[in-house]
Design a binder for this molecule. Structure first.
Ligand SMILES: Cc1cc2nc3c(=O)[nH]c(=O)nc-3n(C[C@H](O)[C@H](O)[C@H](O)COP(=O)(O)O)c2cc1C
Length: 522
């Protein structure tokens, strides 16, 4: 034995390296059949796979210019990070955008900006922008809700996000007086940290389902009674990244905690069907909305990505006929994010936000129904100038998903679907999410929302308005093409938004339905 050990010890290190390389080469040529390149080019073929695997990071860190990356470029990410940390989020020396580029947005400033009077609510709180409309007032719901912030956290489930991320977001919205949409994975303990909640129902009815996967009104009622932070309910018809696509949550991911929250069995695959079991046509959808609102007293809305309009038109016609309808509609853009989706869906199915929203809004505008609905927009709208455009087009609130993730540390690694999110945000790995300092990250989310609102309010004042609901389609222009260099939103999208009834900020502040901390004071 000693002899063998001394023979091994006498072999120098570079001979060991050669032996190792020889073994890899033999494996490449004779024993592996799955990679043609490493079979045909033993050893060097591995370099290709390795370089390809680190390519995205190399491009992100060294190659891509500031405005090049998607979904969010470096300038956009940097603005969110700096805003969340309350750091300097300005840029020096003027814009680096090509402001003559196609689709570039311009917000028209007023000759003299809106002057905030001395005792105005915004003289005291420069970040206060509540929703100008109240959800559920028209339909006389028992508990109407005025979101206290025009920027809020969009639907993202516990399951696609880590417990630490969900907890940071809920604590963050509580600090910023915004609301938190649960996503379709049910209401987890991490959503119960004090922030206003919109409970989101997908086709799996997680948290409110019968054992055979149907919607349970009894469970819905109990959930609402037990959790007074739930202020509204959203039924998901589709989302921009994968409209009409179901999914399977593999049994391996269903821990005891997830099983309990979602109301499913531990370790057993769970199907989120592509379509709902609780309704199969527009009339039945309307009935379900009314039943849930009646039983819970809460405003009930729907979320959809927009493609064909005929069923939306049917819904609008039924709203006229019955006098009933959803209290809010969330319109998600085709550019929206997700935990996981096939590229063919994410890239091609459903319209981008501007086209989808403008078509949908017109359906309700033509029937004079817009004052009955709170319109919410989502799809990369978490930047003040983009939000101004969305308000000019008719939204009353915006929801942000990936921007909220970035504010708590997401680095756009784009690996949400692998459970290996390096920032601990979109993973169930206990080790990776340990890196999230919940109190700090909740401050960051709150700070991002407050910086956003402050900057958005400044833009609004620069346009001569007190509240962003006053924006009209003529206040924002787009570069369209070479012949007609610059056109207003009204002429580009062919409508003028309906006037939102607005008296002043004080009236919104004093509203008894206002959410967030304001609600406790009233
Ligand atoms: C990780 C993740 C999970 C999501 N989960 C849901 C969901 O459960 N239900 C849903 O309707 N949308 C879901 N979405 C879509 C978002 O709510 C949002 O509509 C979309 O990402 C557009 O907003 P954004 O551009 O601000 O990210 C998810 C998005 C992400 C990034």
């Amino acid at each position: 034995m000693d002899q063998i050990i001394s023979i091994f010890q006498s072999i120098s290190w570079w001979i060991w390296v050669l032996i190792f390389l020889l073994i890899v080469a033999i494996r490449d040529i004779f024993f592996q059949r799955s990679h043609t390149i490493s079979h045909n080019f033993p050893l060097v073929g591995h370099l290709r796979y390795w370089l390809e695997s680190i390519g995205p990071e190399m491009r992100q860190y060294f190659v891509a210019n500031n405005r090049e990356e998607l979904p969010f470029n470096r300038i956009e990410r940097g603005w969110i990070y700096a805003s969340a940390k309350k750091e300097n989020n300005y840029e020096g020396f003027g814009t680096d955008r090509d402001i003559y580029a196609h689709q570039h947005v311009f917000i028209k400033n007023q000759m003299m900006a809106y002057k905030v009077p001395e005792n105005h609510v915004n003289a005291i709180d420069k970040t206060f922008i509540p929703c100008a409309k109240v959800m559920g007032v028209h339909n006389k719901r028992k508990k109407p809700f005025r979101p206290s912030s025009i920027i809020n956290v969009s639907a993202m489930s516990f399951g696609s996000l880590s417990a630490a991320a969900v907890e940071s977001m809920n604590k963050g919205v509580a600090k910023a007086d915004a609301y938190h949409n649960t996503g379709e994975g049910g209401l987890s303990p991490y959503h119960k940290q004090g922030g206003d909640v919109i409970f989101h129902i997908g086709t799996g009815y997680f948290g409110v389902r019968t054992p055979d996967g149907n919607f349970s009104m009894e469970k819905m009622k109990k959930l609402v009674t037990d959790n007074p932070t739930i202020k509204a309910i959203e039924i998901k018809l589709s989302q921009g990244a994968k409209p009409g696509k179901g999914g399977v949550l593999p049994g391996a991911k269903i821990t005891a905690e997830i099983a309990e929250i979602r109301g499913v069995e531990i370790g057993k695959d769970v199907l989120s069907p592509a379509t709902h079991k609780a309704f199969s046509n527009v009339k039945e959808l309307l009935e379900l909305i009314e039943n849930i609102a009646e039983e819970t007293g809460l405003p009930v809305g729907i979320k959809g990505a927009i493609g064909k309009l005929d069923q939306w038109e049917e819904l609008a016609d039924l709203m006229i006929k019955t006098g009933k309808g959803p209290d809010f509609i969330t319109v998600d853009g085709g550019e929206g994010g997700t935990g996981a989706a096939p590229p063919s869906f994410a890239d091609h199915v459903s319209l981008p936000w501007v086209y989808g929203f403008s078509s949908l809004y017109r359906v309700f505008l033509e029937r004079q129904l817009t004052d009955r609905i709170v319109f919410i927009g989502s799809g990369k709208l978490g930047f003040p100038a983009k939000a101004a455009m969305a308000f000019a087009m008719g939204v009353d609130c915006i929801n942000v998903a990936r921007e909220a993730m970035m504010s708590i540390g997401c680095i756009q690694a784009q690996v949400c679907h692998t459970n290996r999110c390096p920032a601990g945000v979109a993973t169930q790995s206990k080790w990776l999410q340990k890196g999230i300092d919940v109190p700090l990250k909740s401050d960051r989310l709150a700070q991002y929302f407050m910086t956003f609102r402050k900057e958005f309010l400044e833009i609004t004042h620069a346009s001569g308005y007190e509240h962003p609901c006053q924006y009209t389609m003529d206040d924002v222009q787009l570069n369209v093409d070479d012949n007609s260099l610059n056109r207003s939103l009204a002429s580009s999208y062919g409508y003028n938004k309906a006037k939102v009834p607005f008296v002043n900020m004080q009236k919104l502040h004093d509203c008894i339905h206002l959410g967030g901390k304001h609600c406790e004071n009233s």
